[in-house]
Design a binder for this molecule. Structure first.
Ligand code: SF4
Length: 271
């Protein structure tokens, strides 16, 4: 029987609690469309989330869902993938959850190249807890913990993922939803650790404090400042300041961890 898009949503949990203008629902919609395009059934998809505004999506998705502890979604997902390798496993996480509290789990899962799909809802701030700076808050931007502008440099999650060993890394914004649908599908097709960074407006905790206008202004700013990653390679560094490079940044083939682990165990048991 055909799965309807509505079957992917737990309607009993609606209305959602995201603020008006929040981009999180746009990413959730992309994930649903990508799963539908791949003809996956809700029971074939596992969603593991951490803590934060983004991670509320696990409660709204009618799939196999685990809403776990702060920063630990990758660790839970690793155990799940080892036990149930046939599942398509997604980690739904925010910028703070994935790169601060969960940073260590993130880099080691990338190093292992375990077949997980990390969907980072990057709103550049800790939204749920009141607007504190995260490792993805750009230098100079204001946060409750950086009232005079963030003095720290932010991570480039694409470089971090590639350096740690991820075999797929892509960046998109919530202005580019059709691209996001396709990139989620490509991430799932990659047999290994796939990182998808989706920039999403938090008009309440980030935009308002930084005088970025309302949600539509923030989406327009994504439109105006985005450059295809391939084109950016031909541009001078000074022309890329403040720009968002969108598209696939990195793809490579490498042995996948669950398969590698299983091969070694089988070989040892035969000896
Ligand atoms: S605080 Fe920001 S990220 Fe959280 S729900 Fe509100 S707009 Fe969305």
């Amino acid at each position: 029987m055909q799965t309807l898009l509505a079957d992917f949503v737990r309607s009993s949990r609606l209305p959602h609690i995201w603020c008006p203008g929040c981009g999180n629902g746009l990413i959730m919609g992309s994930l649903i469309r990508a799963m539908d395009a791949m003809e996956l059934k809700p029971k074939e998809i596992a969603i593991v989330s951490g803590i934060g505004c983004s991670s509320r999506a696990a409660g709204y998705l009618n799939m196999q869902t685990l809403h776990t502890t702060h920063g630990r979604a990758v660790a839970f997902a690793t155990g799940l993938k080892m036990a149930r390798p046939e599942l398509k496993v997604f980690i739904i996480t925010g910028d703070g959850d994935s790169t601060a509290i969960g940073g260590n789990h993130f880099i080691h899962a990338a190093r292992r190249n375990i077949d997980l799909n990390v969907l980072i809802f990057n709103n550049n701030i800790y939204g749920m807890t009141g607007g504190q700076a995260s490792p993805l808050t750009p230098q100079g931007k204001k946060a409750t913990t950086a009232p005079y502008g963030n003095a720290e440099r932010n991570f480039d999650i694409m470089n971090l993922s590639k350096g740690a060993g991820a075999t797929f890394a892509a960046r998109v914004t919530t202005y580019h939803l059709r691209m996001l649908d396709k990139i989620i599908k490509k991430g799932v097709e990659n047999k290994g650790f796939s990182v998808i960074e989706a920039l999403t407006p938090c008009p309440i905790g980030y935009g308002r404090r930084n005088k970025m206008g309302d949600a539509s202004d923030m989406l327009n700013s994504y439109k105006e400042n985005s450059i295809p990653y391939e084109k950016s390679k031909t541009m001078a560094p000074e022309d890329l300041v403040g720009k968002i490079t969108v598209g696939i940044h990195h793809e490579e083939q490498a042995p996948e961890f669950v398969e590698e682990y299983s091969r070694r165990v089988s070989r040892a048991l035969k000896q």
